[in-house]
Design a binder for this molecule. Structure first.
Ligand code: ADP
Length: 226
């Protein structure tokens, strides 16, 4: 289990995460949903151990870093490395023996091409393939659906359900509610750095309404678009 207790984060005087308390169990898919700037990426970076914070993040099975795959919002590849070489390197880093990489090419990527020539969505899929090949226990996926085509979205959803079946801990984020609807068991609505509400499936529609916010129509009328 991962437990987050009293987590806060300031950038200068700007408090971007405020007293976050959450726990994530194996076999559960959790979605962090919130608008741009809500603090999702900062929260994920704190969990991934690449951003400082106040508070406690605990993991019941030892060192989280050794068993965690972190998909960043916009992974990109700068050096001259092919997709295949990248995946090989990742496996070596985790001391895994040589495997047939082409069999793992779930998104049908052009693995002999330089990864830097991939589109944004393809780079994201390459990074995700690498994380999956590492056989992690914990998956932290920041906006996995953003910039990815619909067919790949479906594949990612199927993968998430498989990981759940395998009792992994899965935490993902999105600024678009509907992308989380199908797979998540729990949603946590993050707004201005605070978790406003956590809900199980039975309450998803309530959260969606809250996210849409009251008074939008009033503001649009005020624009006087005639
Ligand atoms: P989200 O992922 O939900 O879009 P972020 O976690 O990226 O939100 O950002 C949350 C807030 O923290 C925003 O107000 C953003 O401007 C601020 N922020 C993020 N990174 C930095 C940084 N390195 N320095 C200063 N402010 C930052």
């Amino acid at each position: 289990m991962i437990s987050i207790k009293s987590l806060s984060k300031n950038y200068n005087d700007n408090e971007v995460l405020k007293d976050i308390n959450l726990s994530f169990n194996p076999g559960e898919i959790h979605g962090i949903v919130g608008e741009n700037g809500a603090g999702k990426t900062t929260l994920f970076k704190a969990i991934a151990g690449i951003e400082s914070f106040e508070g406690v993040i605990g993991y019941s099975k030892g060192n989280l870093k050794n068993v965690m795959g972190f998909l960043q919002t916009d992974p990109y590849f700068l050096s001259k490395i092919t997709g295949k070489e990248y995946l090989r390197l990742l496996c070596k880093a985790r001391s895994q023996k040589e495997i047939a990489i082409s069999e793992k090419n779930i998104f049908d990527l052009p693995l002999d091409q330089y990864a830097e020539t991939y589109s944004t969505g393809m780079q994201k899929k390459l990074a995700l393939t690498g994380i999956l090949m590492q056989k992690n226990d914990v998956y932290i996926l920041d906006e996995p659906f953003n910039g990815v085509d619909i067919h790949s979205n479906t594949i990612i959803n199927q993968i998430l359900l498989k990981l759940k079946e395998l009792n992994k801990i899965i935490i993902l984020s999105s600024h678009i509610f509907s992308t989380l609807y199908d797979t998540c068991d729990y949603l946590h609505y993050l707004k201005n750095g605070s978790i406003l509400r956590s809900a199980d499936k039975s309450e998803f529609q309530t959260i969606e309404k809250e996210m849409q916010g009251a008074g939008i129509q009033y503001k649009i009328d005020k624009l006087n678009l005639k």
